[in-house]
Design a protein around this ligand. Structure first.
Ligand code: PLP
Length: 396
């Protein structure tokens, strides 16, 4: 009577949500102050004051009707112009309003992109470790196939031999996510250049464009003075999926966009396909109030220095305890090796100390665990002795 695949999907929570729900139950038993919940990526740093001011300003300026009324399906034209102006100012690009389609966060941006691109038998490539929801969006949402390329676990850049071998005549797009959830690393300029060269070569070989989908909700969360290469400058056939969930700490407001550059092959058709995908999914008119708030606050961030401090503290603490981990460069995740080959067993053992960690298996990278450190810094200080007790079990 109902779609079987949807029932299955609806009945099964993601591993992250499963652990997060466990944490809530456990907090009710022993008190939230005794739980070290590193499971979910909910920003812990407050949204900047400018968000509150922008909300009030939008309400005052547009009134109780205009603030909440429908915009164009692809988003308000002035809002989309503000998105273009912000990127042009920061990255020296030449975008305009009609390169943008406003969405309900990065999740809807990705889903609409996959839908806009997918034809029967198409394959989308994710490079491990990757955000597990890609599988759901690609396979259940767009009816295409997700192909996973194994991780380069030494630095969490890209294993180009494996990526090259995975691309075939059915490949429609490669998905990248930098700064990365869950590894916390950033793709260097060299990695992006090599990727652009590979995709250009493969597009010629298979006589059709192989697109890049750049999932960028953590774009501004970059540490240690590093600069993130802006991907459309390296590869024309790039769709950018962006969200204000992390940069402005607004995950519940559900606001983001898809950027379709003019330089893309058949750019007008590509943009039309995005609009069609949005329409077919019912994703028209991203939330009106927060479209305008995002326009006013574009380019700002919440105080991300807090994440940098927390990440460094946790990284250094774990390294001292003997963990192997690539140093975080962005986002708010650490992805150390598990202290036993089975990361699920390790995460179960960590629960004994009320440390809630996520096994790397769903991210396509077994033997690792994700630690989401977007928690107050003092929680990390308190958690380190728990990690020490956990690590000690493996030294006995
Ligand atoms: N992509 C990645 C890599 C993420 O980590 C997330 C959320 O955590 C999303 C997409 C979805 O973001 P949004 O909240 O904007 O839908």
């Amino acid at each position: 009577m109902f779609a079987k695949s949807m029932i299955e999907l609806g009945q099964k929570r993601s591993t992250i949500r499963e652990i997060f729900e466990y944490g809530k139950r456990r907090a009710a038993e022993v008190g939230a102050e005794n739980i070290y919940d590193f499971s979910i990526g909910n920003p812990s740093v407050p949204a900047p004051d400018s968000v509150r001011e922008a909300v009030i300003d939008v309400l005052d300026t547009n009134g109780p009707v205009g603030s909440h009324s429908y915009t164009s399906a692809q988003g308000d034209a002035d809002v989309r112009k503000a998105m273009a102006d912000d990127l042009n100012r920061r990255f020296g690009t030449h975008f305009h309003a009609d390169n943008f389609y406003m969405t309900v966060g990065a999740a809807a941006a990705l889903s609409a992109c996959f839908k806009a691109l997918a034809e029967p038998e198409d394959e989308f490539i994710a490079i491990a470790p990757f955000f597990p929801e890609y599988r759901c969006f690609v396979e259940k949402g767009a009816g295409a196939k997700l192909v996973v390329v194994d991780a380069d676990t030494s630095a969490f850049q890209i294993d180009f031999d494996k990526l090259s071998a995975a691309i075939n005549a059915h490949t429609k797009a490669v998905i990248i996510n930098s700064p990365n959830n869950p590894s916390g690393t950033i793709y260097s300029e060299e990695t992006i250049q090599r990727l652009a060269e590979l995709l250009t070569r493969k597009s010629k070989e298979f006589a059709h464009p192989i697109f890049l989908i750049s999932d960028e909700p953590y774009r501004e969360l970059v540490y240690g003075g590093l600069e993130l290469p802006f991907v459309t400058k390296y590869y024309n056939n790039t769709f950018v999926c962006y969200s204000y969930s992390k940069s402005l700490s607004l995950p519940g407001e559900r606001i983001g966009y898809i950027l379709v550059p003019d330089e893309m092959d058949n750019a007008k058709e590509a943009y039309a396909a995005v609009c069609g995908a949005g329409r077919s999914l019912g994703y028209v008119n991203a939330p009106s109030l927060f479209q305008r708030v995002a326009a006013k606050c574009a380019g700002q961030t919440s105080d991300i220095s807090i994440y940098e401090k927390s990440g460094n503290m946790l990284y250094e603490g774990l390294i001292k305890l003997g963990f192997t981990c690539v140093k975080p460069q962005g986002a708010f995740y650490l992805f150390p090796q598990s202290l036993e080959p089975d990361a699920n067993a390790f995460c179960e053992r960590a629960k004994k100390y009320d440390l809630l960690l996520v096994p790397g298996d769903d991210f396509g990278c077994p033997g690792h665990v994700r630690i989401s450190y977007c928690v107050p810094t003092e929680r990390i200080e308190k958690a380190l002795p728990k990690f020490a007790e956990l690590a000690a079990e493996y030294k006995r």
